[in-house]
Design a protein around this ligand. Structure first.
Ligand code: SF4
Length: 257
């Protein structure tokens, strides 16, 4: 059987192997869906930007961009109309500096596409969804991942592993003469980009990282639950399928009736 991994599946695996098994090995239908305003906000802005970049340059006006926020708005997870209005206002404040001073100029080569790498043995498949790839005015290729969260002041390297794996995924599409030089995390907050150089060594590092994910997922046999305070908010199996409070309790503290 082919083992299919992606960065999001890997994140679930690291959060809790049992959740990973329920979701991607046993395909258990969840008892509820995870929705929160942060997921909705991020999804809205990604859809808005993808639509904006698909337009002819002459159509990309600020008015059109802000209309897209209204048209593509995802309302799940907000507590009230008032909260939605605040977040719409925030979206518009993030997009205006982007419109007037974009740090990702260039010819668009790809918009929101899932790319897949297959292992040489055919036993593994690694996929990732890339937001955008451009050929910059300098003629080199840049991979861009848009971020709607806070700029990582404390750890600007935090997105590097993710961006390098996107470069690895995109590499098979390069044509003779194409120069893939940069992968960037573009934080709409502050309209700031953090760019990582793409070198042969960086791609080898990404390949080793992906291989390590496959080794760990393939070797897992126990898929033990890993309860945490996040279960209630982050896990679709919380409650009915998995009772983490029970599994978290040390055996000697359990009372059997
Ligand atoms: S509720 Fe918690 S422990 Fe149970 S599967 Fe979900 S993440 Fe894992």
């Amino acid at each position: 059987m082919t083992l299919k991994l992606s960065l999001s599946r890997w994140s679930v695996f690291r959060q809790c192997p049992y959740r990973y098994k329920l979701k991607y090995v046993d395909w258990v239908t969840p008892s509820r869906e995870i929705s929160n305003k942060h997921l909705s906000f991020g999804a809205t802005l990604h859809t808005v930007l993808a639509e904006y970049h698909r337009m002819e340059p002459s159509q990309r006006t600020l008015r059109r961009l802000l209309e897209l926020v209204e048209q593509k708005w995802q309302s799940r997870g907000y507590a009230s109309e008032q909260e939605q209005a605040e977040y719409k206002d925030r979206a518009q404040k993030l997009l205006q500096p982007y419109h007037f001073d974009p740090q990702d100029r260039g010819e668009t080569l790809l918009i929101e596409e899932t790319m897949v790498l297959r292992s040489s043995t055919g036993r593994g498949e690694f996929s990732g969804r890339v937001d955008r790839v451009v050929r910059t005015p300098e003629g080199v290729i840049e991979i861009i991942d848009y971020k709607t969260g806070r700029y990582p002041e404390a750890d600007p390297e935090v997105d590097r592993p993710q961006l390098l794996t996107y470069a690895l995924l995109y590499r098979p599409r390069l044509k003779p003469g194409d120069l893939l030089r940069t992968a960037s995390a573009y934080y709409l907050e502050g309209n700031r980009k953090i760019s990582f150089p793409i070198t042969e060594n960086a791609l080898k590092e990404a390949g080793a990282h992906v291989a390590e994910m496959f080794r760990a997922a393939d070797a897992e046999r126990e898929f033990a639950p890993r309860p945490s305070s996040r279960c209630r908010y982050d896990c679709e199996y919380y409650g009915e399928v998995c009772l983490p409070d029970e599994v978290a309790a040390p055996v000697e503290e359990r009372i059997d009736f």
